[in-house]
Design a protein around this ligand. Structure first.
Ligand SMILES: *[C@@H]1O[C@H](CO)[C@@H](O)[C@H](O)[C@H]1NC(C)=O
Ligand SMILES: *[C@@H]1O[C@H](CO)[C@@H](O)[C@H](O)[C@H]1NC(C)=O
Ligand SMILES: *[C@@H]1O[C@H](CO)[C@@H](O)[C@H](O)[C@H]1NC(C)=O
Ligand SMILES: *[C@@H]1O[C@H](CO)[C@@H](O)[C@H](O)[C@H]1NC(C)=O
Ligand SMILES: *[C@@H]1O[C@H](CO)[C@@H](O)[C@H](O)[C@H]1NC(C)=O
Ligand SMILES: *[C@@H]1O[C@H](CO)[C@@H](O)[C@H](O)[C@H]1NC(C)=O
Ligand SMILES: *[C@@H]1O[C@H](CO)[C@@H](O)[C@H](O)[C@H]1NC(C)=O
Ligand SMILES: *[C@@H]1O[C@H](CO)[C@@H](O)[C@H](O)[C@H]1NC(C)=O
Ligand SMILES: *[C@@H]1O[C@H](CO)[C@@H](O)[C@H](O)[C@H]1NC(C)=O
Ligand SMILES: *[C@@H]1O[C@H](CO)[C@@H](O)[C@H](O)[C@H]1NC(C)=O
Length: 823
């Protein structure tokens, strides 16, 4: 999704922290969770464990609160315990916010503030502190809020001023919890308050932020640190001592906007340091499960201990990468480590919290969305945390098993909206080629992929593909398709065509692996369908001036007649925001025909031939980057940085990478150019700066010089370490041209790597210089394509596919983990 879419006190642990010098700093110390919290980044900067379900953060009232918080001046309306990060669309989750008040004026409960808009309080500027596992902020009421988490439980430490900020008030804290969520979608809800323990429990029914259906969520809130006076419930702006409240829709709109409701607990002054702890267990199953999660994970309200545990988990996660920085600026180090960090926030591990089916398989949620994440998030997780990627793939297959289709987007147990192709196909193929294997049922995986390719679902807005009848008979998705098989948003015919074509390409690769040669030929044939939308004589002009490039993807009708969409339409140069996912959309999605014309990831050789050969291709790619047509803040921009590799010009990919980082990806709060989309921008930064951006769905990493002197990655499956080292490294980034390379001491001329390098370990040494060299430029040096380089004729049945000399990748020995399915 794109950035423009839709719209006091210091924590004890910091007080004693000593200044750290660069030499002592680890990756953990460079992470700044606040990067991307303005300017459309929508990053969630609060406390979370890697892929954790509990995500505690401060929520702002209005504005860009998709991820809960934003670094603008908006008021804080509460602290909630689950979030998504970096999404477009409407805000996500944020259920059951809690809110502290130091006391009510004249000890009158009704003189406190209850509704989100009444209680929302400015922050004290400069008081936000965030690092992995921790978030803190001071409100204008002089209350400092700190938070940390375990997997399903948030723990807050509120420190109250001795003298409350509000006139006529003595310190006697009132804590609220509201039956609400960030987008204010609650329909049904109920809450119970215990006068003896102070425990507040409840649940409600809510809507997902970018999908269909509804979900239920439950909480269990306990306090520690002060004697309880009483508990009760509130409705609108009045509080009372009743201990139960329930809201039911009954045909009226009683959302939190219309009917705010929740509970409160009132305390005497805290016993120690003005501090009151609040523990919030979360569950999608029941209140009892929420309480059990909390009691199990944080039995003793030990804030410092819980925080230390969270920090250590993050240190361990980040420790698989070692950097020798070579003296580069902190800007790059912070951007890099923060990017790695943000790639490990979602998908979220909801294993044991799935109300929809019973299964012994893992369950992950917040695949938000795979259109955004297949390109770099999942490939990065595969590199850094193959175990988690394995669980995620198994979870995708379990979703297929119970829902009948793989998701393209999923959040809060609901089906999310599909933006283009069935891109889980690519995640699965990528995993297969990278030895993600333990416990994966490849037979089921193959069945799921074939289902995407062959069986149109009733509602293809939320799974699978639409227009399959035309796809099979015409070989493209026509404008105004006649589709009687299913229902969906009949737009994006051009972008869906090229995405379906690549989906079929990766299915063909797997078919070959699994020995289904008829399927192999069939899907290889369909993978060439992008050509059916390529109008060879289409020109492109900008404000009446011909760009000089001929041949672009164009829409077509069912009768074969060409339609027209200006090739720059929906680029930043012309009606940028006209191609979103709504009925008024057009024939491309969040981008122009100029951009989509480059999307043939499986057959770049044929595309290069089609666009007039390598020189002409390079000129066109340069124009894409330099004219303003490309917007790097949307995921489809990423691969375009590296396509020069296919034209034998890896040096140009390296200079493009340097152009975008740090000018568009850096260490400031607005330091990413678009929605982070669960870490997509972060994973782009991380992979690009390590010099190994992948072509997702294939066993291909493009080699560019790392932004640091050296980078090492320890593989979680084999324990081996792969190191990429720059010789003649220059921290100012002028020597970015590879002159020669060696792999484990032997000359290495291919401009791409395979995953076996990371599995087996080894050292790739890149000797750098100040100008482009001949390294990696020959036909046999470029990554594999369906058609041989410079020739590229591919028959509809797959004739001419894979020249095994050029495309050595496809000859890679089969990996052990897949033997079960092969036999
Ligand atoms: C705090 O910062 C915001 C901008 O982020 C500004 O609008 C506001 O005036 C500042 N408040 C104070 C008290 O300086
Ligand atoms: C309630 O809100 C009002 C208006 O923002 C504010 O002046 C007052 O201090 C708040 N009361 C408490 C108890 O925080
Ligand atoms: C938290 O969940 C992760 C998996 O996502 C698991 O490895 C870890 O053991 C869990 N931690 C605890 C304390 O249960
Ligand atoms: C504070 O209390 C005094 C005495 O009860 C009263 O006169 C005054 O109006 C109160 N002020 C506020 C702001 O409530
Ligand atoms: C093909 O269909 C389009 C859209 O319905 C129509 O405008 C066009 O005239 C048709 N062309 C021919 C040759 O029938
Ligand atoms: C950092 O990145 C943002 C977002 O792309 C950009 O607007 C800003 O100019 C960059 N800042 C610097 C100092 O490069
Ligand atoms: C693939 O992963 C498994 C663990 O899942 C590991 O035992 C094996 O060595 C890996 N295979 C290769 C070729 O590295
Ligand atoms: C490409 O190679 C194939 C097989 O070698 C050959 O039949 C075909 O004529 C070549 N096409 C071009 C355009 O050179
Ligand atoms: C593809 O079709 C050509 C003729 O069109 C035929 O000669 C060839 O054998 C076919 N190849 C395969 C792999 O089916
Ligand atoms: C494959 O490519 C190599 C290198 O370009 C070439 O020498 C060889 O003839 C090709 N093989 C076939 C079967 O086309």
């Amino acid at each position: 999704m794109s950035g423009l879419w839709k719209t006091a006190l210091t924590a004890a642990c910091w007080a004693i922290a000593l200044p750290v010098t660069n030499a002592q700093k680890s990756g953990f110390d460079y992470v700044d969770p606040l990067i991307g919290t303005t300017n459309g980044g929508h990053v969630f900067p609060g406390a979370t464990l890697p892929f954790g379900m509990a995500k505690a953060g401060a929520d702002v009232l209005g504005g860009e609160n998709q991820g809960g918080f934003s670094s603008d001046g908006a008021d804080i309306m509460g602290f909630s315990h689950m979030h998504d990060s970096g999404t477009g669309g409407s805000p996500s989750l944020g259920n059951f916010p809690i809110f502290p008040q130091a006391g009510c004026p004249n000890n009158d409960l009704n003189a406190c503030n209850y509704t989100s808009w009444e209680r929302a309080t400015p922050r004290v500027n400069g008081t936000v502190k965030a690092h992995p596992g921790y978030f803190a902020i001071t409100l204008a009421s002089q209350i400092r809020a700190e938070m940390t988490v375990t997997n399903h439980t948030a723990l807050y430490r509120f420190t109250f001023p001795e003298t409350p900020f509000t006139p006529n008030t003595t310190l006697s804290p009132v804590m609220l919890v509201e039956l609400s969520d960030l987008p204010m979608t609650r329909t049904n809800g109920k809450i119970s308050a215990s006068a003896s323990s102070g425990r507040l429990t409840g649940g409600g029914t809510f809507s997902p932020s970018f999908g269909i259906g509804s979900y239920q969520s439950f909480f269990c809130l306990d306090f520690s640190g002060a004697d309880l006076i009483d508990t009760g419930v509130f409705a609108n702006s009045r509080a009372g001592r009743a201990k139960q409240l329930s809201v039911r829709a009954n045909g009226v709109d009683n959302s939190p906007k219309i009917r705010p409701a929740g509970g409160w607990a009132h305390f005497k002054a805290p016993k120690k340091n003005g501090q009151l702890l609040a523990r919030v267990g979360m569950s999608f199953i029941s209140e009892a499960k929420a309480c059990a999660n909390a009691e199990k994970e944080i039995p003793d309200f030990d804030f410092d201990g819980t925080l230390r545990a969270a920090e250590n988990i993050w240190k361990e996660k980040l420790d698989v990468i070692k950097i020798k920085d070579g003296g580069v600026s902190d800007v790059l180090l912070k951007a890099f480590w923060s990017g790695v960090y943000r790639s490990m926030i979602s998908p979220q591990d909801y294993t044991g919290e799935n109300p929809k089916w019973q299964s012994s398989e893992p369950y992950y949620d917040s695949f938000y969305c795979i259109w955004d994440s297949f390109r770099s998030i999942h490939p990065l997780i595969t590199l850094l945390d193959p175990h988690s990627q394995t669980l995620m793939v198994r979870s995708l297959l379990d979703i297929y098993r119970y829902e009948g289709k793989l998701p393209d987007c999923r959040m809060s147990h609901c089906k999310g909206f599909t933006q283009g192709g069935s891109n889980a196909d690519i995640v699965i193929a990528d995993a297969y080629f990278k030895n993600i294997s333990a416990g994966i049922d490849w037979k089921l995986a193959y069945e799921a992929l074939i289902s995407d390719a062959e069986v149109e679902p009733a509602n293809w807005d939320v799974e699978g593909r639409g227009g399959l009848e035309s796809w099979k008979s015409l070989g493209y998705i026509p404008t105004e398709d006649f589709d009687i098989l299913g229902v969906g948003t009949i737009t994006r015919s051009v972008s869906r065509t090229v995405e379906y074509a690549y989906n079929d390409f990766v299915i063909a690769l797997l078919a070959k692996e699994f020995g289904h040669m008829d399927d192999y030929r069939k899907y290889l044939g369909r993978s060439g369908n992008w050509k059916n939308m390529f109008k060879t004589d289409q020109k492109s002009d900008i404000k009446g001036t011909d760009t000089g490039f001929v041949g672009f993807l164009q829409p077509r009708y069912m009768n074969g007649t060409w339609g027209f969409q200006d090739p720059i339409f929906c680029s930043p140069l012309l009606e940028f925001t006209s191609c979103y996912l709504n009925p008024g959309g057009h024939e491309t999605y969040e981008g122009s025909s100029w951009l989509y014309t480059f999307f043939v990831p499986g057959d770049m050789a044929t595309l290069i031939t089609t666009l007039g050969g390598a020189d002409s291709f390079v000129a066109r790619l340069n124009y894409l980057h330099e004219s303003g047509i490309l917007y790097i803040g949307d995921e489809q921009g990423f691969l375009k940085v590296f396509l020069y590799h296919y034209a034998g010009r890896p040096a140009l990919s390296a200079t493009r990478a340097r152009f975008y980082i740090p000018s568009q990806f850096n260490d400031t709060i607005n330091g990413i150019p678009g929605n982070d989309d669960s870490g997509a921008m972060g994973s782009f930064e991380a992979l690009t700066m390590m010099g190994i951006f992948p072509n997702a769905g294939q066993d291909v990493y493009f080699i560019t010089p790392p932004f640091f002197e050296s980078v090492s990655i320890r593989n979680g499956q084999t324990g081996k370490t792969a190191t990429i080292r720059n010789i003649n490294f220059d921290p100012s980034g002028k020597n970015v041209y590879i002159q020669s390379a060696t792999l484990d001491g032997k000359p290495y001329t291919r401009n791409w790597l395979q995953h076996s390098f990371f599995l087996e370990g080894g050292t790739l040494e890149l000797t750098l210089g100040a100008s482009e060299s001949k390294w990696g430029t020959r036909v046999q040096d470029v990554p594999p394509s369906l058609g041989p380089f410079g020739n590229g004729t591919v028959g509809g049945n797959g004739t001419g596919a894979y020249n095994s000399t050029v495309n050595r990748r496809w000859e890679m020995p089969r990996l052990d983990g897949h033997a079960g399915w092969m036999s």
